[in-house]
Design a protein around this ligand. Sequence first.
Ligand SMILES: CCCCCCCC(=O)SCCNC(=O)CCNC(=O)[C@H](O)C(C)(C)COP(=O)(O)OP(=O)(O)OC[C@H]1O[C@@H](n2cnc3c(N)ncnc32)[C@H](O)[C@@H]1OP(=O)(O)O
Ligand SMILES: Cc1cc2nc3c(=O)[nH]c(=O)nc-3n(C[C@H](O)[C@H](O)[C@H](O)COP(=O)(O)OP(=O)(O)OC[C@H]3O[C@@H](n4cnc5c(N)ncnc54)[C@H](O)[C@@H]3O)c2cc1C
Length: 652
Amino acid sequence: MSAKVVVSKRRNVNRQAIFLITLWPFPEDFFLSDPELKSKVPLEYLSHKEKYEEAVRKACLLFRKVIQLQNEGKGGMDNFREVLGGQLGSAILPDGNPITLHYVMFIPTLMGQGTIEQQAEWIQKAWNCDIIGTYAQTELGHGTFIRGLETVAKYDPKTEEFVLHSPTLTAYKWWPGGLGHSANYAVVVAQLYTQGKCHGIHPFVVQLRDEETHEPLPGIKIGEIGCKLGMNSTNNGYLGFDNVRIPRNYMLMKNSQVLPDGTYVKSPSSKLTYGTMIFVRVVLVQDAATYLKKASIIATRYSAIRHQSQIKPDQPEPQILDYVTQQYKLFPNIASCFAFQYAATWLWDTYNNITEELETGQLDNLPELHATACVLKAVSTADAAQGVEMLRLACGGHGYMTASNLPSTYGLVTAMCTYEGENTVLLLQTARFLVKMWQNKTNVYKLPTMKYLATALNRATPFEKSVEWVIAALQKTAAGKIDLANRHLNERVAKGQSYEDAWNNTSIELVSAAEVHGRTIIVEQFYNTVQGYKSRVSKELGTVLEQLLQLYAVNAALRCTGDFLRFTEVLGKDITVLQTWLEELLSQIRPNAVGLVDSFDMRDEILSSALGCYDGNVYERLFNEAQKSPLNAEPVNKSYNLYLKPFIKAQL
Ligand SMILES: CCCCCCCC(=O)SCCNC(=O)CCNC(=O)[C@H](O)C(C)(C)COP(=O)(O)OP(=O)(O)OC[C@H]1O[C@@H](n2cnc3c(N)ncnc32)[C@H](O)[C@@H]1OP(=O)(O)O
Ligand SMILES: Cc1cc2nc3c(=O)[nH]c(=O)nc-3n(C[C@H](O)[C@H](O)[C@H](O)COP(=O)(O)OP(=O)(O)OC[C@H]3O[C@@H](n4cnc5c(N)ncnc54)[C@H](O)[C@@H]3O)c2cc1C
């Protein structure tokens, strides 16, 4: 079947209507039609240095255009979100944006951790890009355990300055995006010492480079950390301090202060220092959805084009989209795109509501927000990374081509499992809060994401083929796992282990319990969203949304088969019903598969993929991309006469 026929075979699925989280009309054309935002040579054929230089060129043009839109009154933060996110952002800068951290962490930290006066001093400069910042927290020796960070900031009351110093090599900041050669300022997280006492980690604004010459300032040792699995133009850098002095008011003092005489004024909560990390984790759930959508579009469209093998001996080669195993690789990932999108939207609203409460000094909901942001970031990024790799494999050899854009997308999405809190560590953070709520259930009913813990364990959940049953079974399983882990914790303590050792020895169960809790939230949000839409969309659309919800739920249930058999009333025969249900749903979704991924509404320029192009001309595009290889510029490469020919002759 030629590409043209495939294009016309798209079902009458309304592209906009399906994806009901319609984004405001962002002017994609304003960016994508700009020839200066296109690379003259495919990035993969540039050197490491050229990749970075090309990325800086594009990033500056990109943000200049965003600021132009803003000055013309055409959008604000939403435009930044678009160009920084996994959709347009990664299309224009597929190997990472060296200025991302300026907008994603430097400015938000100034806003979240600076006093009003400090915001007045720094925010406008940052928005105007008079200064370019990054967020320097991680060190060579510490990324997760931030209470163990070694960079010190010692207050000198005589000069009313802080002296920043890296006492060891492992104290060097390592990883911050843009730190290598792009940023001239940073928020630096360091151990605060004043009047001879350490008060833990605090954020400081530090100038790194001269604002005119960009030369590193005295006492600043700075550079780039080298090649990585992906994101090689993000300019992740290292930073060491040799007794660098900064004025007292360069410590961001919204939550805690150091007075001119060195007196330390404690924050209402040490946890407020961690605020920026919650914000980014919330943003990453949306990015997980975006990267998974991109890979789903590419792999599904390619699966409609690719013909291979035979289902029946006397039949022509079918679309690989007709193999049920191929559908099983693709369709649950399509359903996950919707699930993560709806979870991201719900989490973003929750974050905004609770952040407003924090502004009024109300901290009650911060612990649940932290636990929820941790688990949704961990589950969505892990599933998205696994999903993108599965979708790459579903495209066979051509999925391994750089021109497919699947390897690069994998490089971007898998990094999210590590940065902004390594996933295991974040799941343990959620587990810590779940166990605390389990041990003292008096307030659990007040927690929207955890109130099920009050009743789920003893609630009967007789099997039925419904999403409602899956949610109830997931809740009962999560409660059962938390209860069991808590019992094992107590048994270990009773046998004489310290609570910390007991925690470590129970941590596999704790991580698993937190993960099931996270999946419970995602399925429930998907369910709530679909219920909310059903009365507002056409019957056909409601049916498709219901099919996607059921597919996501039954797939989540089948991933938990072992735990369901341990913690719910489900029996082996019920698992067979779930498997058959899944297969029915794959068949029901098949006619709309291409229309569904079209509804993600990503243009070819965003997909940047020879396999995912809307017109389906895959083979021509693969061949044209191959011609861009510098090796094809000449029929005989010089290595033949230099090495190969002498080698061959020597063997004769
Ligand atoms: C496009 C996007 C680009 C982004 C690029 C990437 C940028 C980065 O990677 S920036 C660096 C990110 N680094 C991290 O996320 C570090 C991860 N580590 C951590 O957050 C902490 O070390 C952590 C939470 C694991 C442990 O911290 P620690 O202080 O030892 O906490 P812990 O002892 O476990 O708990 C202390 C209390 O603080 C609470 N807490 C911890 N973190 C937070 C938080 N972020 N918000 C609120 N509360 C928190 C805990 O819940 C606990 O509360 P309680 O005592 O009531 O139970
Ligand atoms: C692409 C990229 C961009 C980044 N950008 C920035 C940035 O801009 N700014 C910045 O400050 N940082 C940045 N980082 C650093 C990132 O935040 C850290 O890598 C991350 O926090 C993990 O810390 P780590 O690398 O020290 O890993 P570690 O914490 O050493 O983790 C290694 C292993 O130890 C395990 N482990 C650690 N602690 C525990 C525990 N308590 N219990 C159980 N297991 C544990 C982990 O699960 C993991 O398996 C970036 C990282 C990447 C990959």
